[in-house]
Design a protein around this ligand. Sequence first.
Ligand code: 4AD
Ligand code: MG
Length: 477
Amino acid sequence: MASMRINELLQQSPKEQKVEVNGWVKTFRSNRFIALNDGSTLHNIQCVVDFDNFDEGLLKQIATGAALHIKGLLVASQGRGQTVEIQVTDLIVHGTADPETYPIQPKKHSMEFLREQAHLRVRTNTFAAVMRVQSTLSYAIHRYFQNNGFFNMHAPIITGSDAEGAGEMFRVSTLDPKNPPLTEEGEVNYKEDFFGKETNLTVSGQLEAEAYAMGLGKVYTFGPTFRAENSNTSRHLAEFWMIEPEMAFFDLNDNMDLAEDFIKSVLSYVISHCQVDLEFLEKRLLDEEKTKPQAERSEMPLLDKLRFVIDNKFIRLTYTEAIDILKNSTPNKKKKFKYLIEEWGADLQSEHERYLVEKHFKCPVILFDYPAKIKAFYMRLNEDGTTVRAMDILFPGIGEIVGGSQREERLDVLLDKIKALGIDEKELWWYLDLRKYGTAIHSGFGLGFERLVQFTTGMGNIRDVIPFPRTPQNAEF
Ligand code: 4AD
Ligand code: MG
């Protein structure tokens, strides 16, 4: 007989039928009640052993964390808290777990402690719930694009370009660091490197997605991206996954409409498919909030917050309007911001973004038309000659969740920009070709997957929504 997953077992009506199940012991009470979990659901199945029928040595091995194979009869439960349970007839211990050393004992663990046990933390309710939610989110994202005429593409991970022009790249090289080949000028000679040129891990698949959008019409990438920025915050990873749709014949308004509809759609999907896990995470968050000072507590329970985003139109305003609001805001006047907003052109920090979203509008915000100076080279220049058709979506508790723009499709304007920024035109020859042959307006954006998971699950730190986080000074596991 085939083993069933616990989520299926819990749907069965109990008729004393024979069942088999595999899983890990959450708790073992009174030498009689095993709470077994197999990851398929938050819920455990209770397995009742009659200790008279089992060898004492075997029962000793049933500790928290042990892996078991259980055969038994599915019966209506006598106890409270579950409708069905298994009366155990056979029990095989795949592997026990020594209670003296197994770190995931049934008690509260700090997130910091669990980060050090990242290989085992998925056996806690919290991390298993987060992982199931992120898997559903990932599916919902593909589903949305596939249902809306987009084609998925994989952009290269190793590249010679710096799409964002921020110089925050991890080098990819097979040269001997102790004894690299040198040019006559005494510089490292990358012509002798594996690819015959300098290469790095990609910071974004956008430039390649643009090429494919200009043939397939609408494409999206969903892949890993890497940033060597030394930001030790609860929102930054050195390795994260980004979803980047790119659409030919879309202007900035079309782009904003798509991004808003996309986010609302995937959140709705998750709400209707992850109810048990989201309710658990909501309760976890409420418990956590109780330990925080009043001012730092979130005003809405998790599910209300998700529904709020789905039900309300995102506020759209220009960077210039946002600067006016920020300049006149109380924290700016009282010098409470770390970075005071003094003039137009200032780059917005996360404290400003969060003020706009959490205090001023109390709603997701799309900021657009940013100063060209603070944005990437590929964004379309407005008629005013100083702002570009950029847009960022700002979320409560997260700050920037999406960054995107209408792209500069005019060859002459793009060339001027590239020259002014000192970017090597030869490196971008293929990107410029897209403007030489059949150019058209086009737009796209990037959504940080882990930031979306963070928002959806209410987890405070981005390190707790990706299995094995990579951050400065940390690449364990
Ligand atoms: O705003 P960014 O840098 O935009 C781009 O890379 C564009 N090429 C996207 C495009 O138009 N196709 O990054 C996009 C998003 C951010 O809004 C944020 O959600 C996420 O990626 N992000 C990070 N997430 C985690 N850790 C980091 N270090 C991140 N940097 C950006
Ligand atoms: Mg950005």
